[in-house]
Design a protein around this ligand. Structure first.
Ligand SMILES: Nc1ncnc2c1ncn2[C@@H]1O[C@H](COP(=O)(O)OP(=O)(O)OP(=O)(O)O)[C@@H](O)[C@H]1O
Ligand SMILES: [Mg+2]
Length: 272
């Protein structure tokens, strides 16, 4: 679905993405992690043709982004900006959600159907003015307008940053259901709990280089990679590793259930 082959990209200041290669298959849920300035947002913009590689190749559903118009790539890739306010430009939520559909769907009745389905999915009032809404609600509007054209790949640049727990759970619930229905997800996140709960694979960027690519549960236990990228694992794997350092058999625990059963086993084997 999405393929990077030895991709380099430089802004005026020097190389920002350096020799990055990976391939994401249909239906995967991949987290993109790394410290501030690692190049995550730049990599996202390379996915949808907003930026073109200085060398190497980016292919989306088989289309080389350097040779395909950005408007044509938008059919395949939905892109949520790190800041939703960069995306919002209409006077009402209804118009905002319909905006993305104008290019993607020729039939007016179908546009209205998809728009209304999105408003309902996110529980949004179509008459409201986007800029009068809370940050979480604005994030929902931006996401609804990205999802309305039903893209195959969703690239989400920090979709839950600045949201409270309920808003985060609502947004992640929708994203997770779309993924279960087959949408491929690449999601930037600094929130290791969100990553461990939802993503199955993690890419780790550091200084524009890909230093990690593997299962989330393996990556969070890879101390060298996590340290190099200045990342802390989610709480359960972190706790498991610290207990394992004390010599107990908890090292593999990744979820609360796994931690509870490791504790129960340890208790059982400690009994005379
Ligand atoms: N438009 C630009 N022009 C020049 N340099 C840029 C531009 N955008 C980003 N950079 C630089 O490129 C590097 C990577 O930035 P990028 O925004 O991709 O990082 P990031 O991993 O998304 O960071 P954050 O976690 O803060 O969002 C940084 O050093 C940044 O200063
Ligand atoms: Mg960023």
């Amino acid at each position: 679905m999405l393929k990077f082959e030895d991709v380099y990209f430089a802004y005026a200041g020097g190389d920002t993405i350096t020799g990055v290669s990976f391939e994401i298959g249909r239906g995967e849920f991949v987290a993109l992690m790394g410290e501030n300035g690692a190049g995550k947002s730049t990599l996202c913009r390379l996915c949808n043709g907003l930026l073109k590689p200085s060398s190497g190749r980016v292919a989306v559903c088989g289309c080389d982004t350097a040779r395909t118009r950005t408007s044509a790539l938008a059919k395949y890739v939905g892109f949520l900006f790190q800041n939703p306010d960069r995306q919002l430009c209409k006077n009402t939520v209804r118009e905002e959600v319909e905006l993305g559909l104008e290019y993607a769907v020729a039939d007016k009745a179908e546009r209205v159907r998809r728009r209304d389905a999105m408003l309902e999915l996110f529980g949004l009032d179509g008459d409201r003015e986007p800029f009068g809404l809370s940050r979480g609600e604005r994030q929902k509007v931006a996401l609804a307008s990205v999802l309305a054209p039903e893209p195959d790949i969703l690239v989400l640049d920090e979709p839950t940053t600045g949201l409270d727990y309920r808003e985060c759970a609502a947004i992640m619930g929708v994203i997770s259901r779309l993924n279960s229905a087959g949408t491929t997800i690449l999601m930037v996140s600094h929130d290791m709990e969100v990553v461990s709960d939802f993503a199955s694979r993690a890419l780790v960027l550091n200084g524009g280089r890909l230093i990690g690519d593997g299962a989330v549960r393996e990556t969070m236990r890879a101390r060298r990679v996590m340290n190099e990228a200045s990342l802390l694992p989610a709480q359960i794997p972190s706790l498991a590793m610290r207990i394992a350092d004390l010599g107990a058999e908890y090292a593999g625990a990744f979820t609360v259930d796994e931690m509870v059963s490791a504790a129960a086993n340890a208790r059982g084997s400690a009994r005379p």
